[in-house]
Write a protein that binds this ligand. Structure first.
Ligand SMILES: Nc1ncnc2c1ncn2[C@@H]1O[C@H](COP(=O)(O)OP(=O)(O)OP(=O)(O)O)[C@@H](O)[C@H]1O
Ligand SMILES: [Mg+2]
Length: 285
C-alpha cells in the first residue's frame, strides 16, 4: 500500500507565554489517505485549530513528525514550505478572508499572483474556478455584493485555483445559515469525489455527518476516530414559487443552483422552471 498523503506521528505542540505552558496537542497520531473527507470535532480549546495549523504548514510541532505526500515537513526550508502551501494545500476559513473592494475574480487570482502566473492565464484559471463552484456569473462582484454562502464559494474557488491535493477548512460553515451550510458541504462532497482530500473543523454534528470520517479531539488528544458512510448533502427544496414571487429567479441564479447540486441538472431540451412559470402567467392573461 502506498504511504498516506498525511502522516502525523506523535505530534505535540506546547505554547509558551511567559512562564505559562499550554499543551495544545499532547501526542497526536493520525494518517489520512488521498480522497478522504475528514471532519475534526471537539470543544473549544481542544486543539483543533492548532492541528489544522500544523497540517497547513503554518506552524511547527514542538515534537513528533509530519509527513505530507512523502516529505517530512520539518525538513523543508522556507521556500519549500511556501511552495507546499501554494500548490499542495488550499485554505478555507470561517470568515471567508476575502479582500473587500476587490472583485471575486481578483480574490481568486491572488494565490496565482504569488506563484508568478501571468495575468491572462491567471484570469482564465480564476474564472474556471469560479465556474466550478457555481458563481462564474458573479466574477465582477465585490464581497459586499455577495451573500455569505456566495462569499464562501469565492473563498473555496480561491483555495481550488492552485489545484491542491488537500483542502483545509476551519469552521467553513460557522458563519452560514443551515441551508447555505448544506450548499457548501455539497460542494465539498463534490470536490471529495473528484479526489481532493478534505479536512474540515466543525462544532456541528449535522455538518460532520457529511464527512467520511470523524475525528474527535479533547485536551490535545484524539479521543475517537471513526469512518462512516457520509450523508449526501442535499439542499432542501426552495419554497414553492407561488408563495414567493421573488423566487421566479433569473436564469443565472437557476444555473447557479444547478451547479452546486441544489436542483438536478436539466435534461437536454427541458425548459427551465422560470420559463415555464412565465408561460403559465402569459396563458392566464
Ligand atoms: N498562539 C498561541 N499561544 C498560546 N496559546 C495558544 C495559542 N494558540 C492556541 N493556544 C491554546 O492552545 C489550546 C488549543 O487552542 P486551539 O485554538 O487549537 O483550540 P480549538 O480547538 O481550535 O478551539 P475553538 O473551537 O475555540 O476554535 C487552547 O488552550 C489555546 O488557548
Ligand atoms: Mg479553532
Amino acid at each position: 500500500m502506498s504511504a498516506p498523503l498525511i502522516d502525523i506521528d506523535n505530534v505535540r505542540k506546547i505554547y509558551k507565554t511567559g512562564d505559562v505552558e499550554v499543551k495544545a496537542l499532547a501526542g497526536v497520531t493520525v494518517r489520512i489517505e488521498r480522497g478522504e473527507f475528514v471532519a475534526i470535532m471537539g470543544s473549544s480549546g481542544s486543539g483543533k485549530s492548532t492541528l489544522m495549523n500544523i497540517l497547513g504548514c503554518l506552524d511547527k510541532p514542538t515534537d513528533g513528525t509530519y509527513t505530507l505526500d512523502g516529505r517530512e515537513v520539518s525538513k523543508m526550508d522556507k521556500n519549500e514550505l511556501s511552495e507546499v502551501r501554494n500548490k499542495t494545500l488550499g485554505f478555507v476559513f470561517q470568515n471567508f478572508n476575502l479582500l473587500a473592494r476587490t472583485t471575486a475574480l481578483e480574490n481568486v487570482e491572488l494565490p496565482l499572483i504569488y506563484q508568478g502566473v501571468k495575468s491572462k492565464e491567471r484570469a482564465a484559471r480564476a474564472q474556471a474556478a469560479l465556474d466550478k463552484v457555481g458563481i462564474g456569473k458573479r466574477a465582477d462582484h465585490t464581497p459586499n455584493q455577495l451573500s455569505g454562502g456566495q462569499q464562501q464559494r469565492v473563498a473555496i474557488a480561491r483555495a481550488l485555483v492552485g489545484t491542491p491535493s488537500v483542502i483545509l477548512a476551519d469552521e467553513p460553515t460557522g458563519n452560514l445559515d443551515s441551508r447555505t451550510s448544506i450548499e457548501v458541504m455539497a460542494l465539498f462532497q463534490e470536490l471529495g469525489q473528484s479526489g481532493i482530500t478534505i479536512v474540515l473543523v466543525t462544532h456541528e454534528p449535522d455538518i460532520a455527518e457529511f464527512a467520511s470520517r470523524v475525528i474527535v479531539v479533547r485536551d490535545g488528544l484524539i479521543r475517537s476516530d471513526k469512518k462512516q458512510t457520509p450523508t449526501p448533502a442535499i439542499v432542501p427544496d426552495a419554497p414553492p414559487s407561488s408563495q414567493s414571487p421573488e423566487h421566479s429567479t433569473a436564469a443565472g441564479e437557476e444555473a447557479e443552483a444547478r451547479a452546486i447540486g441544489r436542483i438536478p441538472r436539466k435534461k437536454e431540451g427541458e425548459a427551465s422552471a422560470g420559463a415555464e412559470e412565465k408561460k403559465d402567467e402569459e396563458a392566464k392573461t
